[in-house]
Design a protein around this ligand. Structure first.
Ligand code: SF4
Ligand code: SF4
Length: 116
């Protein structure tokens, strides 16, 4: 199981969640952050600190954001624009740093209105 980051993070990316994650499994894309589904230990520490309520336990993702379950997973399994191989399971978001790449659904979105 895993926690998932949905659409409200897109173009916000304030990284509050990254500070809370004990296993460093929240990776930075170009327009959103992504939780590695195999590395997340379901501790829930990230969810309450998100200022835009973008993070959900996978069973609690609202219907409208259900596609983000797959999109988060694809961030780690697909070859994304600007990369020549999947990210795989690099085991450490801080070491990898910002990737500048996004999963297909996030990449397809128009610029998001942000209040923060
Ligand atoms: S639930 Fe815990 S382990 Fe999973 S991404 Fe959030 S802080 Fe990290
Ligand atoms: S705290 Fe929320 S808005 Fe900020 S980077 Fe994490 S998921 Fe995105």
């Amino acid at each position: 199981m895993t926690y998932v980051i949905a659409q409200p993070c897109v173009d916000v990316m304030d990284r509050a969640c990254v500070e809370e994650c004990p296993v460093d499994c929240i990776y930075e894309g170009g327009r959103s952050l992504y939780i590695h589904p195999d590395e997340c230990v379901d501790c829930g520490a990230c969810e309450p600190v998100c200022p835009v309520e973008a993070i959900f336990y996978e069973d609690d993702v609202p219907d409208e954001w259900e596609p983000y379950l797959n999109d988060n997973a694809e961030f780690f399994t697909e070859v994304l624009p600007g990369r020549d191989a999947p990210l795989g399971s690099p085991g450490g978001a801080a070491k990898l740093g910002p990737t500048g790449s996004d999963a297909p659904l996030v990449a397809s979105l128009p610029p998001q209105e942000t209040d923060t």
